[in-house]
Ligand binder design. Structure first.
Ligand code: NAD
Length: 387
């Protein structure tokens, strides 16, 4: 159980790039980072529009002279201060992630970057190497991965409760973009523009989320080859897809499916993962995040509830309120930000951490998966060996 005790000696001096007023994801970054007093928001380049960003920063209690017009000015000016920033979160549209993450690492900062980390495996490898060289942490916000029952699923699988894994069935499939909403919505407009969004839309935007959940639950399984079919049901989105199905073969003989979609009419979020072994299956759905279904063949279905004493100790460590009260996205993100802070703090003291979190390698794996999916889809849904 976590009662809010400090996890690091002093809060990390922290800034944001993007996540300004009206952005979809800025608020969750701030509330997750600051919830456990691990980060102090002391600076920002919050908006593509400098004036709007400055006004918004003031509303967040950031000193006016530390609300910067752009990230380059912020990194340069903060580097000159005794009390300059130590870490930055990047919550801007996809096309800027590579250059801002690179600049932040070169400025000696720890980074939390939104997914996708960048567009190509080559860029991802460059960032991984740079983070190692600079001895800095890069965290990537696959937010729901921080939910406690994901850790429970990882433990059940590690203990062999499911037996040998056969099938991993994943989806993130919502219906909010069933028509060309991008005509009137700025945050959807860039998502369907390859220059800003990168080589994919839904594969990178939503598909990589359950994919990362599978990497947490099944850390030893590696994709051997995959095939992907993608469509643009709203024609103006071509060449970017609004629906895709990926079939994967793993090195242990298991198969995986990822359905990535934004035209699934009526579906609110539809992020699910079902792991099927030879003895039993588990299933988790982000719209009911406090429950993990555990189904043993020939036995009644069990619904494991977050916070209950029968869960693995590691799935109870970050419990904040006890069973019964619903926890969700905010707590999952807070848990991740807490792990980012502890990893940054340990790194500064020359130590390693034992726990998992979505690190720069996880970010690179998401980029690699999208790249392989796009290659397969653009060759007419051919099988491609996973590179
Ligand atoms: P958005 O379009 O709603 O907001 C983008 C924000 O960034 C705006 O405030 C904009 O002014 C600002 N901005 C743009 N370029 C900038 C620059 N160069 N410098 C400073 N500020 C800049 O976008 P969004 O939906 O919040 O998405 C942002 C990122 O977060 C994307 O990469 C997206 O994939 C990711 N995202 C992740 C999740 C998740 O669950 N992890 C959910 C939603 C979005």
């Amino acid at each position: 159980m976590y009662y809010g005790e400090k996890k690091i000696e002093k809060p990390i001096r922290w800034a944001m790039v993007g996540g300004g007023k009206g952005s979809q994801i800025g608020y969750i970054h701030r509330s997750a980072a600051m919830r456990d007093f691990n980060f102090d928001l002391v600076a920002g380049a919050f908006d593509i529009d400098p004036e709007r960003g400055r006004e918004f920063g003031k509303q967040l209690h950031v000193d006016e002279d530390r609300c910067y017009p752009d990230y380059k000015t912020m990194f340069a000016k903060e580097a000159k201060r005794q009390d300059g920033i130590q870490a930055v979160s990047i919550a801007t549209p996809n096309g800027t992630h590579f250059e801002i993450t690179k600049a932040a690492l070169l400025a000696g900062l720890h980074v939390v970057c939104e997914k996708p980390l960048c567009f190509t495996t080559e860029e991802a490898e460059e960032l991984e190497a740079l983070a190692t060289k600079q001895n800095k942490i890069v965290g990537v916000t696959y937010g729901y991965a921080g939910h406690q029952v994901i850790e429970e699923a990882r433990q059940l699988i590690a203990e062999g409760k499911l037996g040998k894994i056969r099938i991993v069935n994943m989806q993130f499939s919502h219906g909010f973009h069933n028509v060309a909403v991008e005509k009137n919505t700025a945050s959807t407009k860039w998502r369907v523009d390859p220059k800003v969004a990168g080589p994919s839309y839904v594969l990178g935007d939503v598909g990589t989320h359950p994919l990362y959940l599978s990497e947490v639950m099944l850390p030893d399984m590696k994709i051997k080859r995959l095939m992907c079919s993608r469509q643009s049901f709203v024609e103006s989105r071509k060449p970017l897809e609004d629906n895709a199905m990926t079939i994967m073969e793993y090195d242990n003989g298991a198969v995986g499916y990822v359905w990535s979609c934004c035209v699934n009419c009526g579906s609110m979020h539809g992020q699910k993962i079902r792991v099927i072994g030879e003895k039993a299956s588990i299933e988790w759905w982000d719209e009911h995040p406090n429950q993990l279904t555990y189904e043993v063949q020939n036995e009644p279905v069990r619904v494991l509830e977050r916070g209950m004493g029968y869960l693995a100790p590691s799935a109870l460590e970050e419990d904040r309120i006890g069973a019964g009260h619903p926890e969700g996205l905010f707590e999952a993100w807070s848990n991740l930000y807490s792990r980012f802070a502890q990893a940054m703090d340990a790194c500064d003291r020359g130590e390693n951490v034992e726990f998992w979190y979505p690190n720069v390698h996880a970010g690179a794996e998401g980029v690699r998966w999208v790249e392989n999916c796009v290659q397969s889809a653009d060759q007419g849904a051919q099988w491609v060996d996973y590179k």
